[in-house]
Design a protein around this ligand. Structure first.
Ligand code: DGY
Length: 331
Protein backbone atom coordinates (compact mmCIF):
# COMPACT_ATOMS: atom_id res chain seq x y z
CA UNK A 1 0.00 0.00 0.00
CA UNK A 2 1.27 3.52 -0.77
CA UNK A 3 2.34 5.26 2.44
CA UNK A 4 0.04 8.10 1.44
CA UNK A 5 -2.99 5.85 1.82
CA UNK A 6 -1.90 4.19 5.00
CA UNK A 7 -3.29 5.29 8.37
CA UNK A 8 -0.85 7.38 10.40
CA UNK A 9 0.28 5.89 13.67
CA UNK A 10 2.80 6.71 16.36
CA UNK A 11 4.79 3.91 18.00
CA UNK A 12 6.43 5.06 21.21
CA UNK A 13 9.41 2.65 21.17
CA UNK A 14 11.09 0.19 18.84
CA UNK A 15 9.45 -3.23 19.16
CA UNK A 16 10.73 -6.64 18.00
CA UNK A 17 11.16 -6.55 14.22
CA UNK A 18 8.33 -8.98 13.40
CA UNK A 19 5.89 -6.61 15.05
CA UNK A 20 7.46 -3.54 13.41
CA UNK A 21 7.14 -5.26 10.01
CA UNK A 22 3.49 -5.97 10.60
CA UNK A 23 2.79 -2.40 11.67
CA UNK A 24 4.77 -0.86 8.82
CA UNK A 25 3.06 -3.05 6.21
CA UNK A 26 -0.30 -1.56 7.13
CA UNK A 27 0.50 1.84 8.63
CA UNK A 28 2.46 4.97 7.97
CA UNK A 29 4.31 4.64 11.26
CA UNK A 30 6.40 7.21 13.02
CA UNK A 31 8.54 5.46 15.60
CA UNK A 32 10.27 6.89 18.66
CA UNK A 33 13.65 5.19 18.50
CA UNK A 34 15.12 6.33 21.80
CA UNK A 35 15.92 3.88 24.60
CA UNK A 36 13.98 6.06 27.01
CA UNK A 37 10.29 6.90 26.54
CA UNK A 38 9.50 9.98 24.46
CA UNK A 39 9.42 13.03 26.75
CA UNK A 40 5.90 14.30 27.33
CA UNK A 41 6.24 17.22 24.90
CA UNK A 42 7.50 14.91 22.15
CA UNK A 43 4.68 12.46 22.78
CA UNK A 44 2.10 15.23 22.56
CA UNK A 45 3.72 16.63 19.43
CA UNK A 46 3.92 13.28 17.67
CA UNK A 47 0.32 12.20 18.17
CA UNK A 48 -1.00 15.19 16.24
CA UNK A 49 -2.83 13.81 13.20
CA UNK A 50 -2.48 10.11 14.07
CA UNK A 51 -5.27 7.56 13.91
CA UNK A 52 -3.44 4.97 15.94
CA UNK A 53 -1.10 4.99 18.92
CA UNK A 54 0.99 2.06 20.03
CA UNK A 55 1.89 2.96 23.60
CA UNK A 56 3.88 1.38 26.41
CA UNK A 57 3.13 1.46 30.12
CA UNK A 58 5.58 4.36 30.42
CA UNK A 59 3.38 6.64 28.28
CA UNK A 60 0.56 8.55 29.92
CA UNK A 61 -2.38 8.42 27.56
CA UNK A 62 -4.83 10.92 29.00
CA UNK A 63 -7.36 13.55 27.96
CA UNK A 64 -4.64 16.06 27.13
CA UNK A 65 -3.06 13.60 24.69
CA UNK A 66 -6.43 12.70 23.20
CA UNK A 67 -7.16 16.42 22.69
CA UNK A 68 -4.04 16.59 20.52
CA UNK A 69 -5.16 13.64 18.42
CA UNK A 70 -8.77 14.22 17.42
CA UNK A 71 -8.52 11.50 14.72
CA UNK A 72 -7.37 8.84 17.16
CA UNK A 73 -9.30 5.59 16.66
CA UNK A 74 -7.21 3.15 18.65
CA UNK A 75 -4.69 3.06 21.48
CA UNK A 76 -2.88 -0.26 21.59
CA UNK A 77 -0.99 -0.62 24.85
CA UNK A 78 1.83 -3.12 24.70
CA UNK A 79 1.20 -4.49 28.21
CA UNK A 80 -1.49 -6.41 30.01
CA UNK A 81 -1.81 -3.55 32.52
CA UNK A 82 -3.37 -0.36 31.23
CA UNK A 83 -3.41 1.95 34.25
CA UNK A 84 -1.39 4.42 32.13
CA UNK A 85 -4.39 4.86 29.81
CA UNK A 86 -7.46 6.83 30.78
CA UNK A 87 -9.91 4.25 29.46
CA UNK A 88 -12.98 6.17 30.61
CA UNK A 89 -11.86 9.18 28.61
CA UNK A 90 -11.01 7.01 25.59
CA UNK A 91 -14.40 5.33 25.69
CA UNK A 92 -16.14 8.71 25.92
CA UNK A 93 -14.35 9.67 22.71
CA UNK A 94 -15.04 6.29 21.08
CA UNK A 95 -11.35 5.40 20.98
CA UNK A 96 -10.67 1.68 21.21
CA UNK A 97 -8.07 0.54 23.72
CA UNK A 98 -6.27 -2.79 23.42
CA UNK A 99 -3.90 -4.65 25.76
CA UNK A 100 -1.87 -7.88 25.72
CA UNK A 101 -3.35 -10.36 28.20
CA UNK A 102 -2.55 -14.07 28.36
CA UNK A 103 0.75 -14.19 26.50
CA UNK A 104 2.77 -13.02 29.49
CA UNK A 105 1.00 -15.04 32.19
CA UNK A 106 3.43 -17.94 32.50
CA UNK A 107 6.54 -15.79 32.05
CA UNK A 108 5.40 -13.40 34.78
CA UNK A 109 4.50 -16.29 37.09
CA UNK A 110 7.96 -17.78 36.50
CA UNK A 111 9.45 -14.48 37.52
CA UNK A 112 7.32 -14.08 40.64
CA UNK A 113 8.68 -17.46 41.65
CA UNK A 114 12.22 -16.42 40.76
CA UNK A 115 11.88 -13.41 43.06
CA UNK A 116 10.38 -15.51 45.82
CA UNK A 117 13.28 -17.91 45.64
CA UNK A 118 15.87 -15.17 45.31
CA UNK A 119 14.52 -13.48 48.45
CA UNK A 120 13.99 -16.67 50.46
CA UNK A 121 17.45 -18.03 49.69
CA UNK A 122 19.24 -14.67 49.66
CA UNK A 123 20.63 -15.20 46.17
CA UNK A 124 21.40 -11.55 45.45
CA UNK A 125 23.09 -11.03 48.83
CA UNK A 126 25.16 -14.14 48.15
CA UNK A 127 26.31 -12.74 44.83
CA UNK A 128 27.25 -9.46 46.53
CA UNK A 129 29.31 -11.34 49.12
CA UNK A 130 31.25 -13.20 46.43
CA UNK A 131 31.90 -10.13 44.30
CA UNK A 132 33.09 -8.17 47.34
CA UNK A 133 35.71 -10.86 48.06
CA UNK A 134 33.98 -11.72 51.36
CA UNK A 135 33.56 -15.46 50.66
CA UNK A 136 36.18 -16.91 52.97
CA UNK A 137 34.84 -20.39 53.71
CA UNK A 138 31.77 -22.62 53.86
CA UNK A 139 30.03 -21.70 57.06
CA UNK A 140 27.20 -23.41 58.96
CA UNK A 141 25.56 -20.08 59.73
CA UNK A 142 26.30 -18.12 56.58
CA UNK A 143 23.41 -16.56 54.63
CA UNK A 144 20.72 -18.76 56.10
CA UNK A 145 17.39 -18.21 54.41
CA UNK A 146 13.94 -19.74 54.42
CA UNK A 147 12.50 -22.82 52.79
CA UNK A 148 9.89 -22.43 50.12
CA UNK A 149 8.77 -26.06 50.03
CA UNK A 150 5.96 -26.73 52.49
CA UNK A 151 5.67 -23.03 53.38
CA UNK A 152 2.40 -21.07 53.15
CA UNK A 153 1.93 -18.85 50.13
CA UNK A 154 -0.64 -16.03 50.08
CA UNK A 155 -1.74 -14.83 46.65
CA UNK A 156 -3.34 -11.39 46.56
CA UNK A 157 -5.33 -11.11 43.32
CA UNK A 158 -6.33 -14.35 41.68
CA UNK A 159 -6.48 -13.64 37.95
CA UNK A 160 -4.53 -15.46 35.28
CA UNK A 161 -1.10 -14.73 36.77
CA UNK A 162 -2.15 -15.50 40.34
CA UNK A 163 -3.47 -18.88 39.20
CA UNK A 164 -0.25 -19.62 37.28
CA UNK A 165 1.74 -18.85 40.44
CA UNK A 166 -0.51 -21.20 42.42
CA UNK A 167 0.23 -24.02 39.96
CA UNK A 168 3.94 -23.55 40.49
CA UNK A 169 3.51 -23.38 44.27
CA UNK A 170 1.63 -26.68 44.19
CA UNK A 171 4.74 -28.31 42.75
CA UNK A 172 6.69 -27.04 45.74
CA UNK A 173 4.24 -28.60 48.18
CA UNK A 174 3.14 -25.20 49.47
CA UNK A 175 -0.06 -24.52 51.36
CA UNK A 176 -1.78 -21.91 49.20
CA UNK A 177 -4.16 -19.18 50.34
CA UNK A 178 -5.66 -16.61 48.04
CA UNK A 179 -7.84 -13.55 48.24
CA UNK A 180 -9.74 -11.70 45.53
CA UNK A 181 -13.10 -10.06 45.07
CA UNK A 182 -14.09 -13.09 43.00
CA UNK A 183 -13.89 -16.62 44.36
CA UNK A 184 -12.60 -19.35 42.01
CA UNK A 185 -13.99 -22.65 43.27
CA UNK A 186 -12.72 -24.57 40.27
CA UNK A 187 -9.12 -23.56 41.00
CA UNK A 188 -9.70 -24.27 44.69
CA UNK A 189 -10.73 -27.82 43.87
CA UNK A 190 -8.04 -28.40 41.27
CA UNK A 191 -5.16 -26.99 43.28
CA UNK A 192 -6.37 -27.47 46.84
CA UNK A 193 -6.35 -23.77 47.68
CA UNK A 194 -8.10 -21.87 50.44
CA UNK A 195 -10.06 -18.70 49.75
CA UNK A 196 -9.47 -16.43 52.75
CA UNK A 197 -9.88 -12.84 53.84
CA UNK A 198 -7.01 -10.45 53.25
CA UNK A 199 -6.50 -10.31 57.01
CA UNK A 200 -6.10 -14.08 57.34
CA UNK A 201 -3.87 -14.23 54.30
CA UNK A 202 -1.53 -11.58 55.68
CA UNK A 203 -1.42 -13.19 59.12
CA UNK A 204 -0.78 -16.76 57.99
CA UNK A 205 1.45 -16.49 54.92
CA UNK A 206 5.19 -17.04 54.82
CA UNK A 207 5.25 -15.57 51.31
CA UNK A 208 2.83 -12.95 49.99
CA UNK A 209 2.75 -12.34 46.26
CA UNK A 210 0.71 -9.56 44.66
CA UNK A 211 -1.14 -10.00 41.36
CA UNK A 212 -3.89 -7.38 41.34
CA UNK A 213 -4.43 -4.58 38.84
CA UNK A 214 -3.67 -1.04 39.92
CA UNK A 215 -6.95 0.80 40.46
CA UNK A 216 -7.95 3.54 42.91
CA UNK A 217 -9.09 0.70 45.23
CA UNK A 218 -5.76 -1.14 45.17
CA UNK A 219 -3.54 1.95 45.52
CA UNK A 220 -1.43 1.33 48.67
CA UNK A 221 -3.40 -1.84 49.35
CA UNK A 222 -0.34 -2.99 51.27
CA UNK A 223 0.54 -0.31 53.80
CA UNK A 224 1.40 0.13 57.49
CA UNK A 225 -1.70 -1.64 58.79
CA UNK A 226 -1.11 -4.64 56.54
CA UNK A 227 2.57 -4.95 57.54
CA UNK A 228 1.49 -4.94 61.21
CA UNK A 229 -0.53 -8.03 60.45
CA UNK A 230 2.25 -10.02 58.72
CA UNK A 231 4.64 -12.54 60.28
CA UNK A 232 8.10 -11.19 61.15
CA UNK A 233 9.45 -13.90 58.85
CA UNK A 234 7.17 -12.94 55.93
CA UNK A 235 8.53 -12.27 52.46
CA UNK A 236 6.64 -9.89 50.17
CA UNK A 237 6.88 -10.18 46.38
CA UNK A 238 5.41 -7.61 43.99
CA UNK A 239 5.33 -8.15 40.23
CA UNK A 240 2.10 -6.22 39.58
CA UNK A 241 2.30 -2.44 39.93
CA UNK A 242 4.47 -0.40 42.28
CA UNK A 243 1.81 1.87 43.80
CA UNK A 244 -0.05 -1.15 45.23
CA UNK A 245 2.60 -1.16 47.98
CA UNK A 246 3.28 1.90 50.13
CA UNK A 247 7.07 2.07 49.75
CA UNK A 248 7.75 4.05 52.91
CA UNK A 249 5.63 1.66 54.97
CA UNK A 250 7.57 -1.19 53.38
CA UNK A 251 10.84 0.51 54.24
CA UNK A 252 9.85 0.82 57.89
CA UNK A 253 8.56 -2.76 57.99
CA UNK A 254 11.83 -4.13 56.58
CA UNK A 255 14.00 -1.90 58.74
CA UNK A 256 12.24 -2.69 62.00
CA UNK A 257 11.82 -6.42 61.37
CA UNK A 258 8.03 -6.36 60.99
CA UNK A 259 8.66 -8.52 57.91
CA UNK A 260 11.82 -10.29 56.83
CA UNK A 261 12.33 -9.55 53.16
CA UNK A 262 10.84 -8.10 50.00
CA UNK A 263 11.41 -8.62 46.31
CA UNK A 264 10.07 -6.00 43.94
CA UNK A 265 9.85 -6.00 40.17
CA UNK A 266 7.81 -2.80 40.29
CA UNK A 267 8.17 0.36 42.34
CA UNK A 268 6.62 3.76 42.90
CA UNK A 269 7.91 5.69 41.04
CA UNK A 270 9.65 3.83 38.23
CA UNK A 271 12.55 3.92 38.02
CA UNK A 272 13.07 4.03 41.77
CA UNK A 273 15.59 6.83 42.55
CA UNK A 274 18.97 5.36 43.33
CA UNK A 275 19.04 7.22 46.67
CA UNK A 276 15.66 5.82 47.74
CA UNK A 277 15.73 4.58 51.37
CA UNK A 278 14.61 1.10 50.26
CA UNK A 279 17.88 0.68 48.39
CA UNK A 280 19.88 1.18 51.59
CA UNK A 281 18.53 -2.09 52.97
CA UNK A 282 20.10 -5.52 52.55
CA UNK A 283 16.85 -7.45 52.92
CA UNK A 284 15.30 -6.40 49.63
CA UNK A 285 15.79 -7.29 45.99
CA UNK A 286 14.68 -4.71 43.43
CA UNK A 287 14.74 -5.34 39.68
CA UNK A 288 13.62 -3.03 36.85
CA UNK A 289 10.11 -4.22 35.88
CA UNK A 290 11.26 -7.26 33.91
CA UNK A 291 8.77 -9.96 34.90
CA UNK A 292 7.54 -10.40 31.32
CA UNK A 293 10.97 -9.89 29.79
CA UNK A 294 11.68 -13.12 27.93
CA UNK A 295 12.47 -12.96 24.22
CA UNK A 296 9.49 -15.13 23.33
CA UNK A 297 6.99 -13.29 25.50
CA UNK A 298 8.03 -9.78 24.55
CA UNK A 299 7.74 -10.82 20.90
CA UNK A 300 4.24 -12.21 21.47
CA UNK A 301 3.22 -9.05 23.33
CA UNK A 302 4.46 -6.83 20.51
CA UNK A 303 2.69 -8.92 17.87
CA UNK A 304 -0.52 -8.85 19.85
CA UNK A 305 -0.22 -5.08 20.26
CA UNK A 306 0.34 -4.75 16.49
CA UNK A 307 -2.75 -6.85 15.81
CA UNK A 308 -4.87 -4.78 18.19
CA UNK A 309 -3.63 -1.60 16.53
CA UNK A 310 -4.37 -2.77 12.99
CA UNK A 311 -7.80 -4.17 13.83
CA UNK A 312 -8.74 -0.90 15.53
CA UNK A 313 -7.60 1.10 12.51
CA UNK A 314 -9.74 -1.08 10.26
CA UNK A 315 -12.72 -0.43 12.50
CA UNK A 316 -12.75 -4.09 13.55
CA UNK A 317 -12.85 -5.52 17.05
CA UNK A 318 -9.23 -5.87 18.24
CA UNK A 319 -8.34 -9.40 19.40
CA UNK A 320 -7.89 -8.02 22.93
CA UNK A 321 -10.04 -4.98 23.52
CA UNK A 322 -10.22 -3.26 26.90
CA UNK A 323 -13.35 -1.26 26.01
CA UNK A 324 -15.19 -3.35 23.36
CA UNK A 325 -18.33 -1.27 23.91
CA UNK A 326 -16.80 1.45 21.75
CA UNK A 327 -17.51 -0.56 18.61
CA UNK A 328 -21.01 -1.44 19.77
CA UNK A 329 -21.65 2.29 20.39
CA UNK A 330 -20.60 3.01 16.81
CA UNK A 331 -22.97 0.46 15.27
C1 DGY B 1 2.34 -5.55 31.85
O1 DGY B 1 2.23 -6.09 30.75
O2 DGY B 1 1.43 -4.91 32.37
C2 DGY B 1 3.65 -5.74 32.57
O3 DGY B 1 3.75 -4.98 33.69
C3 DGY B 1 4.82 -5.53 31.64
O4 DGY B 1 4.87 -6.64 30.85
Amino acid sequence: MLDLLKPKVYVTRLLPQVAMDKIQAFCDAKVWEGDLPPPRDMLLQNVVGVQGLLSLLTDKVDAELMDRAPNLKVVSNCAVGFDNVDVTEATKRQILVGNTPGVLTETTADFAFALMMAAARRVVEGDRVVRAGKWKTWGPMILLGQDIHNATLGIVGFGRIGIAVARRAKGFGMRILYTDIVRNKQAENELGLEYVTMERLLGESDFITIHTNLTPETHHLIGRKQFENMKPTAILVNTSRGPIVDNMALYDALRTGKIAYAALDVTEPEPIPVDHPLLTLENIVVVPHIASASVATRTKMALMAAENLIAGLKGEMPPNPVNPDVLKMKR
